[in-house]
Design a protein around this ligand. Structure first.
Ligand code: EAX
Length: 325
């Protein structure tokens, strides 16, 4: 075929294919997380996608990558920061490695209960922290929730910190958590959640700590015989989008994203509340022995050095504001 005719044909095909793509042009937002689709994160993101699709008339959709398919929480946070991942819903555990100021949230026994935690995060203090996270190269969409963390292990009932002495416990990759469990006399090992089940199964670690919803959906009852309702710290979660994606959205699209995020938080928090109420019975049915009435006093005394590590660096003003909320 003459070169001119060939080029003309190519141009027509090119236009047609571009036109067809334009006709179905969609923004597909890809989100990663470390837990299963039926977890508090998975259910929240399903709701996020439903609302986004509804508001955008199908122009924007959400594609979930659950169960650490894209790596651990620290890796996914880093991917969002450099723009290779659109969005993540994650616990704040690894976040202090990127935004040191968020360490305050991981102080043991800082939050009294769910109302206190949610009130602080949804109020002025939480919004200030979201702005700090934005300054670190993310677009923080909303605080969501992981829940109060409890200790499971394969060795013995844990009633006091003395029962933790020498116990190999996995912690999140978080300096405050590490310090707190060292102070209790345990042998803490920071580890990505993606490796945790196998590490428990193989006895690389004896123990771990997580909210009831995570313990339940992760089938930890298969590899952990004991649960103690220590509630030693509240684990916030957060939804963060890459700066690049966020700034490329129109104002209207950004509004849809924020509305979808808010709707997802309701679902995630609802699921956490539900499992706090019903999840322990489920774990007992799966064979776990549960210490329900843990005396938190000795644990609070034992973790005091974790506060020193924080206040030496950041002072106690923010702690005071949170305590008096
Ligand atoms: O965010 O790493 C953890 O223990 C987290 O609680 C879990 O990944 C859910």
């Amino acid at each position: 075929m003459q070169m001119r005719a060939l080029l003309a044909t190519a141009a027509v095909i090119g236009f047609a294919s571009t036109a067809s793509v334009d006709a179905y042009a969609q923004t597909v937002i890809e989100v990663g997380h470390a837990t299963t689709l039926d977890s508090h994160y998975g259910m929240g993101m399903t709701r996020f996608g439903e609302v986004l699709e509804e508001l955008s008339g199908g122009e924007m959709t959400l594609l979930q990558h659950p169960a650490a398919a894209l790596g651990g929480e620290r890796e996914m946070i880093e991917a969002v920061q450099i723009g290779t991942l659109d969005m993540v819903i994650t616990s704040t555990g690894p976040l202090p490695n990127f935004v040191p100021e968020t360490q305050v949230l991981d102080l043991p026994f800082l939050f009294r209960d769910y109302d206190h935690a949610r009130g602080v995060l949804d109020g002025e203090i939480g919004q200030e922290l979201l702005a700090t996270i934005d300054d670190a190269g993310f677009k923080a969409l909303a605080w969501t929730e992981n829940g109060f963390r409890h200790i499971t292990n394969s060795q013995r009932p844990v009633h006091t910190p003395d029962d933790l002495v020498g116990m190999k416990i996995r912690t999140m990759e978080n300096p405050i958590h590490l310090r707190a469990f060292e102070a209790m006399g345990a042998a803490p090992t920071p580890m990505s959640f993606a490796e945790l089940f196998t590490a428990l199964q193989q006895g690389v670690v004896d123990a771990q700590e997580n909210p009831i919803v995570v313990i339940s959906v992760s089938n930890f009852a298969e590899v952990q015989s004991h649960l103690s309702l220590t509630g030693h710290l509240y684990s916030p979660a957060i939804i963060m989008m890459s700066d690049a994606l966020w700034s490329g959205l129109s104002e209207e699209e950004q509004g849809w994203v924020m509305e979808a995020a808010a709707a997802s938080v309701e679902v995630t928090r609802g699921r956490v509340t539900e499992l706090e109420e019903t999840g322990v019975d489920g774990l007992i049915e799966k064979g776990m022995q549960v210490v329900v009435d843990v005396d938190k006093g000795p644990f609070q005394e034992a973790v005091a050095p974790a506060y020193d590590a924080y206040t030496e660096r950041f002072g106690d003003a923010l702690i005071e504001r949170i305590n008096s909320f």
